[in-house]
Design a protein around this ligand. Structure first.
Ligand SMILES: Cc1cc2nc3c(=O)[nH]c(=O)nc-3n(C[C@H](O)[C@H](O)[C@H](O)COP(=O)(O)OP(=O)(O)OC[C@H]3O[C@@H](n4cnc5c(N)ncnc54)[C@H](O)[C@@H]3O)c2cc1C
Length: 309
């Protein structure tokens, strides 16, 4: 027999933990399933400066420990290391399959976030963990006093580049355009940082080295000329995609795989809501994930009341 819950939340990042706090305070019996440890993506962010209430900034890990403690204080059960591999719906009840067993529920909130997009160039898979990383906060210290490249021009790339600059000798920022997309405050800091050098209109075509990253080959997007930059590490921030294959055709997705919801954060399947980075939206931040978690929980609560016999 599978365990039955009124609501199941998938993912213990800012969206999932917030949804959990709201459901527990509403007296809804809920379970949160998390594939690794609680906290989600911010656990790997050195400093969060734009989450309201922390004018002096806070480490991402500490912020998420507070989220998890808050959810625990309201009694939310969290099953860590339970990766959801499939969800079915028979018109009334959801069946959620995980590495740890099967669960049933009347409603679901998907808060599974995103994963970094790979560039798909030669050397990327072979040298992953041997100088290639998608997380400066996790791996930066392995590159003390060495030269590294950061790929991308958005908030993540520049934020992580700035954090690497505290540790490494030099950060090459490789961007395929001639201007950054990152927030102005981050751009100002990056341009003022003497350890950061910008390689404009360049895209990586190969990462090379014998058993370890030694260089990156760049193509100029205008002249098509190739150049080689010697680096010991490459940090890739070219985008994030939602991994929602486990939902089959229970949801509609946009071209990048993000879940399409209505203004109540409901998906095309009744009782299934999506919150946070996993859904189609214009701003992916902790603050918007928190708002989504609250909204999805309140709307799921209304749905559960409607279907109550
Ligand atoms: C480098 C970087 C820096 C950032 N800096 C900031 C910042 O300064 N300020 C800010 O506001 N935002 C920042 N962000 C964005 C912020 O991290 C996200 O917007 C936020 O974490 C989204 O929360 P979420 O709950 O939707 O998803 P996530 O935080 O990604 O959490 C999703 C959770 O779901 C789990 N999960 C995934 N699939 C499954 C599955 N199949 N089964 C069970 N569990 C699953 C994951 O393990 C994860 O714990 C940054 C992002 C990056 C990459």
């Amino acid at each position: 027999m599978s365990e039955f819950h009124d609501a199941i939340i998938i993912g213990a990042g800012p969206a999932g933990l917030t949804a959990g706090i709201y459901l527990m305070r509403a007296g809804i019996e809920a379970l949160l399933l998390e594939k690794t440890l609680s906290g989600g993506m911010p656990v790997n962010t050195e400093r969060v400066e734009n989450y309201p209430g922390f004018p002096e900034g806070i480490s991402g890990r500490e912020l998420m420990e507070r989220f998890a403690a808050h959810a625990k204080a309201f009694g939310l059960p969290v099953k860590e290391f339970s990766e959801v591999s499939g969800v079915d719906h028979d018109g009334r009840t959801f069946t959620v399959r995980t590495t740890e067993g099967e669960y049933k529920s009347s409603g679901i909130i998907i808060a599974a976030g995103t994963e970094p997009v790979k560039m798909g160039i030669p050397g990327e898979d072979e040298l992953l963990g041997r100088g290639i990383s998608y997380c400066a906060t996790c791996d930066g210290m392995f590159f003390r006093n060495l030269d590294v490249a950061v790929i991308g021009g958005g908030d993540s790339a520049i934020e992580e580049g700035l954090s690497l600059a505290h540790i490494v000798r030099k950060v090459y920022v490789v961007h395929r355009r001639d201007a950054l997309r990152a927030q102005k405050i981050l751009q100002d800091r990056a341009f003022g940082n003497e350890k950061m050098e910008f390689l404009w209109n360049k895209r990586p075509v190969e990462i090379g080295g014998t058993g370890q990253v030694e260089y990156i080959t760049l193509e100029d997007t205008k002249t098509r000329e190739h150049s080689r930059v010697d680096v010991s590490g490459v940090f890739i921030y070219v985008g994030y995609s939602a991994k929602t294959a486990f939902l089959g055709n229970l949801v509609e997705r946009d071209a990048s795989g993000f879940i399409v919801t209505d203004e109540h954060l409901a998906s095309k399947t009744k009782g299934l809501y999506a919150a946070g980075d996993v859904r189609k939206k214009t701003l992916r931040q902790i603050s918007t994930a928190v708002g989504d978690g609250a909204l999805a929980a309140v709307n799921l609560e209304k749905y559960l009341l409607e279907i109550k016999p």
